[in-house]
Design a protein around this ligand. Structure first.
Ligand code: URA
Length: 302
């Protein structure tokens, strides 16, 4: 087929392609809306509305979810793990204000008796705004029975497309690092603190992290690994309470209380950092050897 575009149209098309490429390079790869939205005003108004609803609501038994509405109570969720939708989900009602969302997250996560139910609850959870800009939930990859669990910060673009953590460039490097100590995704379990991709790969806000925290904590408890590895500073700060920067904190073992028992936990560099800073690989290699030695020293599983 011959092209019918004029020179001017060709020029316009190239200019548009350049603008698109520029946006992609700058990390702007999600179309959210035409008009800016003031989320601060919005969440203040939602908080008022939620408080008014709570004040008007008749008294209920203490164990009931205080925000129960058209959304079913989390503990009534079916256990079957639903396939994540391929397009961002539109909330059927305004998301709850962050403090109520964190309470709902705690209740929902605590009610999950196993990983499949936890995943199903996360699919239905509307409290984290990131769910509505991400393509799908990125719950976990690997073997949930593994003795080693690794937790990153949040999915990136490739993970958002595939629905699995660490499948992009940094995931490939992680696979190579693990392979160096004889580990692959059949004997490691991998997840993220935040299971939805932040738009443009920005850092999750403290509020988004706080809302997702009960879910990853419960995920760790249910997977019940013998060794936990935090990939990068944000994961280490969130899960291990480490205040030092990752350069100082990496390579140090600490205790992590899963809620059922205490396990050894190590912070190491995030593979995305190592892609930018190859010199860090020497230190990361030491951390890999420390993980290998820790796993080798564990008593056999009952
Ligand atoms: N970075 C993360 O922290 N997690 C992923 O899944 C991918 C990149």
């Amino acid at each position: 087929m011959t092209s019918t575009l004029s020179d001017t149209e060709f020029g316009e098309r190239d200019a548009l392609a350049e603008i698109l490429a520029f946006h992609l390079e700058a990390g702007v790869d999600v179309a959210l809306g035409e008009e800016p939205v003031d989320r601060f005003t919005e969440s203040a108004a939602e908080r008022e509305a939620a408080l008014a609803r709570t004040a008007r609501a008749p008294e209920r038994p203490a164990q009931e979810n205080p925000r129960e509405s058209s959304r079913p109570a989390a503990s009534m969720a079916p256990p079957a793990a639903a396939r994540a939708p391929a397009t961002p989900a539109a909330p059927d009602e305004a998301p709850p204000p962050p403090d109520l969302a964190a309470i709902e997250a705690r209740e929902a996560a605590a009610s999950a008796p196993d990983l499949d139910t936890l995943r199903a609850l996360l699919e239905r959870f509307d409290g984290c705004p990131l769910k509505h800009t991400a393509t799908r939930l990125v719950f976990a990859d690997g073997n949930p029975q593994a003795r080693l669990m690794l937790v990153g910060e949040a999915p990136g673009r490739d993970e958002d497309i595939e629905g699995k953590p660490f499948v992009g460039r940094s995931g490939k490097l992680l696979d190579r690092m693990l392979a160096a100590i004889g580990i692959d995704r059949t004997n490691a379990y991998i997840a993220n603190v935040v299971p939805w991709r932040p738009p443009g790969n920005r850092t999750p806000t403290p509020q988004e992290t706080a809302i997702c925290l009960p879910f990853i904590r419960r995920q760790i408890e249910l997977a019940n690994p013998d060794v936990l590895v935090c990939l990068g500073g944000p994961s280490a700060q969130t899960l291990l309470g480490i205040r030092d920067g990752i350069t100082k904190a990496r390579g140090r073992w600490s205790d992590y209380d899963t809620g059922s028992r205490v396990i050894p936990a190590l912070a190491t560099f995030h593979p995305a950092y190592l892609l930018r800073t190859p010199l860090g690989k020497r230190m990361a290699w030491r951390d890999m050897l420390a993980i290998e030695a820790k796993l080798a020293g564990l008593p056999p599983r009952p």
